[in-house]
Design a protein around this ligand. Structure first.
Ligand SMILES: [Mg+2]
Length: 386
């Protein structure tokens, strides 16, 4: 079998504008500048019947054997790397020799180790696993050594939900009642918002803990927007509410800062969605800087690399909880890893609708757990009917 073409398939359609809109934004690294931090968040308010155009691109790795690997959506600058840099190099190669293709792509570009190049490599890798599953008639998790369980716990990731106290209480209880054993919420304030913002962050944590009681895990995400003193201060103040982790208080390359926050705040620190490859993960693990690794198969190097990262994390007894950008790929890896190595995946409540907009079916948790698709490959089928 040989790769005969690599194509980005564009799909699009018009959808009701009010389906998945955000009610609130999270804190942002730019917020330390008042021109950004003081900007009021204004949620879209579509008029009834208004629709918006949505589009997505899917990567297809086609072969001379009538088997096609699919992955996506692939939206961003790495699409042009796939088209211009990788396509010609991969034509004629054996698509089942995934490890060789991964290594060739890593070695052939001096800037291959991260960023958009690694995101493009990740997409190729995931599409090749889909292709291999289809060629062998098995879901990917079986090729990886699974299943280790029928369904994988998913936590409710609440990005975009209102942070008004009443809404917090209502939503937190709603998702607890739906069976989610864990929820992640996003801080709205950072160092640019002063003491008042810090107190509001602490109040959000307190309200949520009081709303769900002691038995639901609560995680909190600062999206790289804090600094060490701020994270230590807020971390200590939220510690009594037993956060399961504080996520990305500072950017992931600030390894010593992450370790300081972890040691001084007294709460677990998670990071990793913006990490690339096993080598970057190794640096964090060796430094004892992190309690949870959150690599994403869309970005870290694909399914092949996420499996290696899982092995590396297990050697340090640090759990891997993959970031939720690419649910299908993460779920197949999760279903092939022991629960202690990979306890749960992220499910973005508001954003998965758009991520899966042009896929047939809808992959979502039932009673807080997701079953991986049983179909050969990853289970991504493009819906061209919109
Ligand atoms: Mg995050």
């Amino acid at each position: 079998m040989k790769i005969s073409d690599i194509v980005l398939v564009e799909v699009g359609g018009d959808f009701p504008a009010d389906e998945t809109h955000s009610e609130e934004r999270r804190v942002d690294p730019l917020d330390i500048y008042t021109e950004f931090g003081d900007k009021p968040f204004s949620p879209p308010s579509p008029s009834p019947g208004e629709s918006v155009r949505r589009t997505a691109s899917y990567l297809e790795v086609r072969t001379d054997a009538d088997v096609t690997g699919v992955f996506g959506p692939v939206d961003g600058p790495h699409a042009s790397i796939l088209r211009r840099e990788m396509r010609g190099f991969l034509l004629g190669r054996d698509p089942l020799a995934i490890e060789k293709i991964w290594d060739l792509l890593l070695r052939r570009n001096r800037h291959s180790r991260g960023g958009y190049y690694m995101m493009a490599l990740s997409a190729i890798d995931c599409a090749l696993w889909d292709l291999k599953g289809k060629a062998l008639g098995m879901p990917v998790y079986r090729l990886l050594g699974g299943p280790t369980r029928d369904a994988v716990p998913a936590y409710a990731s609440m990005l975009g939900h209102s942070l008004q106290p009443d809404a917090l209480v209502q939503r937190a209880r709603e998702y607890k009642a739906l069976g989610y054993r864990a929820q992640k919420w996003f801080f709205r304030y950072g160092p640019g918002d002063g003491g008042e913002g810090a107190s509001r962050n602490v109040a959000m944590v307190r309200i949520l803990r009081e709303a769900v009681g002691d038995d639901v895990a609560l995680m909190f995400d600062a999206f790289n927007s804090w600094d060490v003193p701020y994270a230590v201060d807020v971390g200590r103040r939220i510690a009594p509410y037993r956060p399961a982790w504080l996520e990305e208080p500072v950017p992931v390359d600030r390894i010593s800062a992450l370790r300081t926050i972890r040691e001084r705040s007294g709460i677990p620190v998670a990071t990793g969605e913006h990490l690339y490859t096993r080598w970057q993960v190794k640096e964090l693990l060796q430094a004892g800087a992190v309690d949870v690794i959150q690599a994403d198969p869309d970005w870290c190097g694909g399914i092949s690399e996420l499996m290696k990262i899982a092995v590396l994390c297990s050697a340090y007894d640090v759990p891997l909880c993959p970031h939720g950008h690419s649910l299908h790929a993460a779920l197949h890896v999760a279903a092939a890893c022991p629960p202690a190595v990979l306890p749960q995946v992220e499910f973005l409540i508001l954003h998965q609708r758009n991520k899966q907009r042009f896929m047939k079916g809808y992959l979502e948790p039932q009673d807080g757990k997701i079953r991986p698709p049983e179909t050969p490959g990853l289970g991504i089928e493009i819906d061209r009917g919109n």
